[in-house]
Design a binder for this molecule. Sequence first.
Ligand SMILES: [Zn+2]
Length: 662
Amino acid sequence: MGSVKPLGWLEATMRSQGNGITGHLHEIRQETFRKTWDDRASRSQNSDWWAYEQQAYWFDGLIQLAYILNDPKLTSLADEFVTKALAGQTADGYMGGWPNHPYQNTDIGDVYVQGQLFNALISYYEATQDPRIIPALQKGLLHIYANCKPVPDKDGKMPDAWWGGSCNWPSASHIIQPCLWVYSKTGDQQILDLANLTFTATQVSSRNTGWDNAPADIRLPSLLSGTEDFRSMHGVDVALLLRIPALHYLVSGNIDELQASIYGLRKTDNAHVHVHGGLAGDEPLGDPTAVVGTETCEVLEYCLTKQTLFSITDDSRYVDDIEKMIFNTFQGATRKDGKAIQYFSYPNSVAQVYLPDASLEVLCCVGEWGRIYPNYVNKVMWLASQDKGLALAGYGPSSVSAKVGAKNQSVSFMETTNYPFDENVHLAMTSSESVKFPLYLRIPGWCQEATIRVNGKPLSQSLLPGRMVKIERLWSKGDSVDIQLPMHVAFSRWDKLSVAVERGPLVYALKIEEEWRKSGERTPGFPDWEVRAASPWNYALCLRLCWTNGKISRRRLDNGKSEVNTGDSYFKVNRVQIAEGADPWANPPIELIARAKKVDSWKLENPLPAVLPQVNEHAAPLTPDVPQSPVLTNNPEEEITLVPYGCTHVRVTYFPVTPIGK
Ligand SMILES: [Zn+2]
């Protein structure tokens, strides 16, 4: 960690998160983010397990952000928390939240929350190589192995301490990940056995009950079947569970396990993913309609699962999906000052609440939120390849230092780009001597006409969309690579024959004037916000599309799109000059100009309330559902402006369609 550095807009955005929520969450919500892992003794015996979960999420994001940015204030906060968290381990190795009664607390979640703490401590080790971490994790896992084996009883029920997470038992199976990491460092066979027993338990079906007792079924036959498994289950847990079989494949070598994760993800994508890449799950998984939102937690867990699958399979289309979620869903759920976020975000939403803790009640999302960019920088953008080379998978302004080639020589690359707003990426290479190694570059699945030049000379090999291209050569200081990724407007069709607009990795939404109002300030400098649309939003796009009997049978195909038409002819691309260093998420540098008509019947059913409800669980948005297309109206055509979804706080993304002209 620390070998990849964000630059440009990416660094500025991450610093605003450090100065915003990530650096201050322990002040914003002390009862959860202070005196939890860092002071277990002060918590009552029956205290809730989720405070441990939530502090661990925050912790992981804080540690990674601190060491990526080398920010002394954040690193000292991270160091202090790690020292306190390690001090809470008992002499015999128990690392959980209830040191006086391990695995006995009347609530549940002991193993689940330990797995989350272990993830954070692994991040700390990767940043610092602190010698305390591996022995602490090894002892902690061995304590679970010795005292609370993941073995179902004769009725198929797991020990209570293995229940937890919001979908009950199977969620704790994510401890396989820290088990594999510690095993890779220690070779401890008992820890490998713990991982194997845990996975075996996930294949016992009868007791796998999740959210509202919907089955949390990650048995291989079920994932490999043609039918969709996860409707009504909690989206966050589904996002997490889908990586478990692929992780276990790394030790078992059983290809069915890898295939199960791949199939499970594909089925979930087909049934539940919005145009912006996020799951339709507020909280249970549902259909990706204009009024079904995304829980911000889901973005992080779905990204983690897709980055796991990318690192195992090399299928770079997973990175297409990750970029989409980060640059659209995640940015769209974030106030651009990094000081308030949404719990649920909706594709169509004309009034929203943004809070510094995402929710007054449930604090899962705010901790997970802070892990998203650090994970992207550390585990997606630049990666080591197995053949001693380097892979650039996720684009964005950055630099990387790495050891490559047969003799592990040091090289660095500077990546200059305004991606995802721009199509051009420039790489400049530095090394003290020439070194032969392969450089892999991702050609996004949406890009049909990519070109790559090395030192100005076009690469002759074919550049297939959705693949990594390998450039193996003797690299020398001063070498440059120019990657051009032409972007075109594409449509996809959604619920009620509505249409969504994409261009490259960005989804576009209607540009709406925003009226902000402070609704409180529980922590100085971190207000609660309401934002409402202050300009008309009820537009139908004027398009001439083919209608298939007035309905669609399948929303999305395997390539992630259905019925994509060429969209360039309908839109004028408007590049906006923004000031040097200005935040492109707050000042969109690119707009699409389109023709549209107002739809008078598409309006609020009731005036917005004076105080917006603090939406939490199962809440519907205040915005009426998109009307069935095609919409007929006598209103005149107008010019409207679309901006990147991630630049908006209130928005229309799924547009009704009306014929051109009368
Ligand atoms: Zn959440």
